[in-house]
Design a protein around this ligand. Structure first.
Ligand SMILES: *[C@@H]1O[C@H](CO)[C@@H](O)[C@H](O)[C@H]1NC(C)=O
Ligand SMILES: *[C@@H]1O[C@H](CO)[C@@H](O)[C@H](O)[C@H]1NC(C)=O
Ligand SMILES: *[C@@H]1O[C@H](CO)[C@@H](O)[C@H](O)[C@H]1NC(C)=O
Length: 350
């Protein structure tokens, strides 16, 4: 059995939170197991730097009054508070259009007779959902032989309260640097860079940034666009360029980003034979093959990043070379026709 004083309490939530711009109920109930106790006034106050500022007052004879800064944003939720003969047992307030400066401790104080004052507090926290943004780093990423690590993508979770968190998901190995900036209004901006050595192999790889805020998860991704010099190969020479063979040609292939803008053909020693015709990345030799075609041919492929070359040494032979394993080709073909025949019968007669 306690003293009567312990039986009269003001019931509130100890903590409450709401998003900026939204509304929140701050609960306050008078619990009294020892009637009659007369409620002479209920005062809601904001605790600012240790001093109290009035927010709203409910008085049985004077009515309800809300302090000017809160006029349009604070109301007593229970209509009974505003009645001519009010009931002040539930003086919950609804706080709308929450702003960052509303974050504070609020006191709900009951002035009673003869029991005296009873009060309790609620800590109101105002949350701000951050805006997230993912971007590729500028300027354009270029694969350089210097192999210098550089930020390739940046992910930002801006102006969050509390701060958002950033995590990267990718199969590309790299380093992460994350920094947090506390803004003047109490929000936090988190920014994270993904750092790696830009290379041809990383071109078109995907980086996903996963930002988390109050259990909400957002994923955003970018695809790396890394520019690199042409990676050149020369095809078309099969080692069987014999005299009088017709229409032989060399072709130059290049993997490049951006695409190759210029292909050039040259012979290491001397100038291209007179029957050579350049068609972009193809070097065509018109008419029958002669010994004049012999030499080392170079293809230079150029894009905006640079020029790379590849060469092929062409030898002219007097007689056509026949594949040594001709027999096995014939044998293989025999088996192939046998199988096709079988398949044909199977399809027709089944
Ligand atoms: C609280 O006090 C601090 C330092 O005394 C001051 O800078 C700040 O402006 C005060 N806040 C309010 C809301 O008065
Ligand atoms: C409410 O805020 C005050 C002042 O910041 C703090 O001392 C107190 O521990 C808080 N109460 C709760 C329940 O978080
Ligand atoms: C090109 O000619 C030079 C001298 O004229 C010679 O030393 C060099 O070996 C030649 N190179 C090729 C690839 O034929």
């Amino acid at each position: 059995v306690g003293t009567p004083a312990k039986q009269i309490t003001v019931e509130m939530d100890s903590e409450k939170s709401g998003y900026i711009g939204s509304k929140v109920d701050l609960r306050c109930r008078f619990i009294n197991s020892f009637p009659p106790v007369k409620i002479s006034q209920v005062t809601w106050q904001k605790l600012v730097n240790g001093s109290k500022q009035n927010v709203a007052i409910a008085n049985p004879s004077l009515g309800v009054s809300v302090a000017p800064p809160y006029k349009d944003r604070v109301i007593f939720k229970n209509g009974a508070v505003r009645r001519r003969t009010p009931n002040l047992e539930d003086t919950t307030i609804t706080f709308s259009a929450l702003g960052l400066t509303d974050e504070a401790t609020y006191i709900c104080e009951y002035t009673t007779f003869p029991a005296g004052n009873r009060e309790n507090t609620v800590n109101l926290t105002v949350h701000v959902r951050p805006t997230t943004q993912m971007s590729l780093s500028t300027p354009t990423l270029v694969a350089r032989s210097s192999n210098i690590k550089t930020p390739v993508a940046t992910c930002t979770s801006a102006n969050g309260k509390p701060a958002g968190t950033i995590r990267w998901e990718t199969r590309v190995p790299g380093e992460v640097t994350t920094r947090e900036v506390k803004n003047a209004d109490g929000t936090v901006t988190v920014q994270s860079d993904y750092i790696l050595v830009p290379s041809k192999e990383r071109h078109k790889e995907t980086l996903a940034c996963v930002t988390t805020y109050n259990e909400e998860v957002y994923t955003d991704s970018v695809t790396l666009d890394i520019q690199y010099e042409p990676d050149v190969s020369v095809g078309g020479y099969d080692g069987n360029w014999y005299l009088n063979r017709e229409n032989v040609q060399l072709n130059c292939q290049a993997d490049a980003n951006p695409a190759v803008s210029l292909y050039q053909w040259r012979l290491i020693n001397g100038s291209l034979p007179s029957n050579a015709e350049i068609r972009d990345n193809v070097l065509l030799f018109k008419g029958p093959v002669t010994y004049d075609l012999q030499g080392t041919y170079v293809c230079d492929a150029t894009n905006s990043i640079g020029t790379q070359s590849e060469s092929v040494e062409v030898s002219i032979i007097g007689m056509e070379k026949h594949p040594q394993n001709n027999k096995s080709y014939v044998l293989k073909n025999k088996w192939f026709f046998f199988l096709m025949q079988w398949l044909f019968y199977f399809l027709c007669y089944s």
